[in-house]
Design a protein around this ligand. Structure first.
Ligand code: COA
Length: 448
């Protein structure tokens, strides 16, 4: 697919907003600091395509300026401090808006499973630039030959998590349609910052998520696994298949496992089987937990930033694969249940107490040597199940499909609601090594 950029501009906040430094939380500054891409697919109705194309771009441009006045951190830039710490410079430098034409039609994209072509539909971020020059938000409108349009939304994970990214884009869409702002963001990040000095009293907690995850038995690094070719699949789960997995996981449990616990457990044990692990192979499953409602007092619902922490469930491949699904689900629940308010603060204090936490920061472009790796023998299962992902209407109708923009590291997986279809249908977007994917699908579907 050929995609040609036809115009681009920098959009600054339209209206007065704070200028100055904004401290970031420890959670903002660790983990993935690059941009997270998502793509929305539209079929605008139009009599005059040229006018429609022009209107789409100008509507996005003027409404983005208005939206940035409320969400001004996204118009700023990151800045390094000592010891690999970062802060946010709210300097209204602006966000990037790009327009491009594609020679393809939507039918060329098949069933919209993320493919290497998708990289052309999201703004290309140049990570070789100094961090102070990299925009935190970029949007690319791509016009297809079939008069379909995609919006490729890339937003810095150092500034927002999934909830906040979706809050911003849904308010941007409101303003684009001429509707008022629904809910202002709560911009005070101090609510999740460490005490000064950070508490030592919480050190009774363990933080294994910051240790390197297990390697394959007999190996001393994951170099070989990182280099293997990967493929992405979008695996559908109907509402009834989801129910079946829940029933299977819940055999003999007093407190019912949730859909996430059951499905993530099923993905984990299917991956252990498909990868052909030895029974004694240690394996970890990474879980991203939203802590807005877990800390005491709870954060404001529209807390704008990263209110997530990662935790891991650990096991051995043989026991996970051989025991009933409830065993894997139980390990996942145990990890999630551990995320109490005290634990969240212990993580923040642990990170604050580190002299240099650069080893915990992934500032690498995707698929490079650096950064964390949750590939073979491990896996990451992120839930987008309860995020308000769908129904993004900027004035030319709601999207008919949305997908993660790139998603090409072994072991990355997302569970998200399916577009259209029955309410309750889900999709698992999963990236695995090519050599394991077919076996994974076999194990994934054979019991449901
Ligand atoms: N709307 C509808 N139902 C909701 C809901 C919402 N906003 N929030 C929770 N629920 C339901 C869930 O669907 C679940 O019931 P189920 O068995 O039918 O699925 C139940 O309430 C419990 O949900 P939750 O407490 O969220 O547990 P979980 O096991 O489903 O998920 C986590 C566990 C850790 C994945 C989840 O709590 C979480 O933090 N998700 C956010 C992940 C995130 O932020 N992703 C983006 C990363 S940038």
């Amino acid at each position: 697919m050929k995609v040609t950029i036809t115009r681009s501009c920098t959009v600054q906040p339209d209206g007065p907003c704070f200028n100055g430094s904004m401290p970031l939380t420890e959670s903002d500054q660790t983990g993935i600091l690059t941009h997270v891409p998502t793509i929305y697919f539209y079929k605008p109705h139009s009599q005059n395509w040229l006018t429609t194309k022009h209107t789409i771009f100008t509507t996005l441009q003027t409404s983005l300026a208005k939206a940035l006045a409320h969400f001004y951190p996204l118009a700023g830039r990151l800045r390094w401090l000592d010891g690999a710490r970062l802060e946010l410079d709210c300097n209204s430098s602006g966000a990037h808006l790009i327009e491009a034409d594609s020679d393809a039609t939507f039918s060329d994209l098949g069933d919209f499973t993320p493919s290497p072509d998708f990289v052309h539909l999201v703004p290309r971020i140049n990570y070789s630039l100094p961090i102070e020059e990299i925009p935190l938000l970029a949007m690319q409108v791509t016009n297809f030959r079939c008069r379909g349009v995609t919006l490729g939304y890339s937003v810095s994970h150092a500034v927002v998590d999934g909830q906040s990214a979706l809050h911003f884009i849904s308010e941007w869409a409101n303003l684009a349609r001429g509707a008022p702002l629904g809910a202002s963001p709560s911009l005070d990040r101090r609510l999740l910052r460490a005490g000064d000095p950070p508490s030592e009293a919480r050190s009774r907690f363990e933080h294994p998520q910051f240790d390197p995850p297990p390697f394959l038995v007999g190996r001393s690094n994951n170099k070989e696994e990182r280099e293997k070719e990967t493929v992405v699949s979008m695996l559908k789960l109907s509402r009834s298949q989801v129910q079946l997995l829940k029933t299977e996981a819940n055999r003999g449990t007093a407190r019912a496992y949730t859909r996430y616990e059951a499905i993530a457990g099923h993905i984990w044990r299917s991956a252990c089987r498909a990868r052909g692990h030895a029974p004694e192979q240690p394996t970890a499953l990474g879980i991203c937990v939203d802590v807005r409602g877990r800390v005491r007092p709870p954060l404001p619902p529209k807390f704008f930033g990263n209110a997530i922490i990662d935790v891991i469930a650990r096991g051995r491949s043989g026991e996970l694969a051989d025991r009933p699904l409830g065993y894997a689900a139980g390990k996942i629940r145990e990890a999630i249940d551990g995320v109490t308010s005290e634990y969240v603060h212990s993580v923040i204090d642990f990170l604050k107490n580190l002299d240099d936490f650069s080893r915990l920061q992934d500032i690498h472009a995707l698929r490079t040597e650096g950064g964390s790796f949750y590939g073979n023998p491990n896996i990451g299962v992120v839930s987008w199940m309860c995020l308000p992902l769908h129904g993004l209407d900027f004035g030319w109708g709601k999207e008919f499909f949305m997908a993660p923009g790139s998603h090409d590291c072994d072991g990355d997986s997302l569970i998200l609601p399916a577009c259209g279809g029955d309410a309750g249908d889900l999709l698992v977007a999963l990236c695995l090594q090519v050599e394991c994917m077919e076996d994974f699908k076999k194990f994934f579907y054979q019991e449901i």
